[in-house]
Design a protein around this ligand. Structure first.
Ligand code: SAH
Length: 250
């Protein structure tokens, strides 16, 4: 009998943000391929016989290539195994889930996507930031800060969108990103936040006016993985002391 692949989103970190569907899919798996942003506590829901493969791309280890991961999944499924492909957040938000589904379908493998809470939604919520509070924002825009050659962002459109901006993978290029947004017309005093390890006990954040965010992040010693949120809604973050400081600056 042919196997199957569950493409599972493990959420932003907090174990309790895992869906019931994810727990059920994990329990069925014979083998799990796990990305590095995934909280290892989720592995407790695997059956005791399940094999775990770490396929993360960070932490000094050699990168597991995307092609290798896809080949492994196809092979396991062809052997009749049930595969749990476990990713951080949601598999279809900046997680290469789309590519994996394409590869599996091309190989004729059944695949089922199990949503997770994406970091761009779960992490701001951990600070009490309401992304689309109607008094301040017309919507929310999720973007990647991982600037690739050729794929230039439309900074003017972003600066004038009237939406809250949520940036994934933005810490490495934060200086460039904030400068471009200000040049494109987003007011330098727009409230902004960077949150590292959101929803986890190690969560830390920096809140500042947009043009001061890179410096605030540097002072706080924040690094990846972090979510950046830009917009008036950041003023509603449940951090009384920092919000006060921001108001004094503005
Ligand atoms: N598919 C994932 C995103 C993968 S891209 C999702 O839906 O969440 C990896 C980026 O996600 C990181 O660089 C960071 O910007 C963000 N991220 C993931 N987990 C995070 C966390 N706990 N706190 C802050 N940012 C996080």
């Amino acid at each position: 009998m042919a196997g199957k692949v569950y493409l599972i989103g493990a959420g932003p970190g907090d174990l309790e943000l895992l869906t019931l569907k994810a727990v059920r899919a994990l329990a069925q798996a014979d083998v799990a391929l796990v990305d590095d942003l995934v909280n290892r506590e989720v592995l407790q829901f695997l059956s005791p016989h399940a094999r775990v493969m770490e396929v993360g791309k960070r932490g000094g280890r050699r990168a597991t290539s995307q092609a290798f991961i896809e080949r492994q999944m196809v092979q396991f499924a062809r052997h009749g195994l049930c595969v749990a492909r476990v990713k951080g957040g949601d598999p279809f938000v900046f997680g290469r889930g789309g590519e994996e589904v394409e590869a599996l379908r091309k190989a004729g493998i059944e695949v089922e996507v199990v949503n997770g809470i994406t970091a761009g939604i779960g992490v701001p919520a951990a600070l009490g930031i309401p992304l689309t509070h109607r008094a301040y924002s017309h919507g929310v825009t999720f973007i990647t800060g991982h600037v690739k050659e050729g794929g230039e962002m439309n900074w003017e459109a972003l600066a004038h969108s009237g939406t809250t901006l949520v940036i994934y993978m933005g810490i490495a290029h934060l200086h460039e990103i904030t400068a471009r947004l200000v040049t494109a017309g987003l007011p330098a005093h727009t409230p902004a936040a960077a949150i590292q390890h959101g929803t986890l006990p190690s969560q830390r954040e920096a809140i500042s006016a947009l043009d001061g965010l890179p410096e605030a992040v540097r002072r706080a010693g924040l690094g990846s993985p972090a979510i950046v949120v830009i917009g008036e809604v950041v003023n509603l973050a449940a951090l009384a002391h920092e919000a006060h400081a921001l108001r004094r600056v503005a």
